[in-house]
Design a protein around this ligand. Structure first.
Ligand code: FES
Length: 80
């Protein structure tokens, strides 16, 4: 039963932040005051590019398009 309410956490630049289920990484960054560039919020401009660290390696991704789900352990680095 408690698994239904599992907290989602993401690691951004080495700090762990709580995240609401199905929010985008950009929303998580903005809600915690993380300095990240963005403009269109629709996946067009590329300004919100971040690096996602996965078991398969580092993958560039767009924070505005990256939806945080409970099944993943998100670890990201912003690009400045
Ligand atoms: S804000 Fe433009 S691609 Fe994410």
């Amino acid at each position: 039963m408690f698994g239904l309410f599992k907290k989602i956490q993401v690691d951004i630049d080495g700090t762990t932040y709580p995240a609401a289920k199905n929010s985008t990484l950009l929303r998580v960054c903005l809600s915690h005051g993380i300095n990240i560039q963005y403009k269109c919020q629709s996946g067009v401009c590329g300004k919100c590019a971040v690096i996602e660290h996965t078991s398969q390696g580092d993958i560039p991704t767009l924070a505005c398009q990256k939806v945080i789900s409970p099944s993943e352990t998100g670890r990201f680095s912003t690009i400045r």
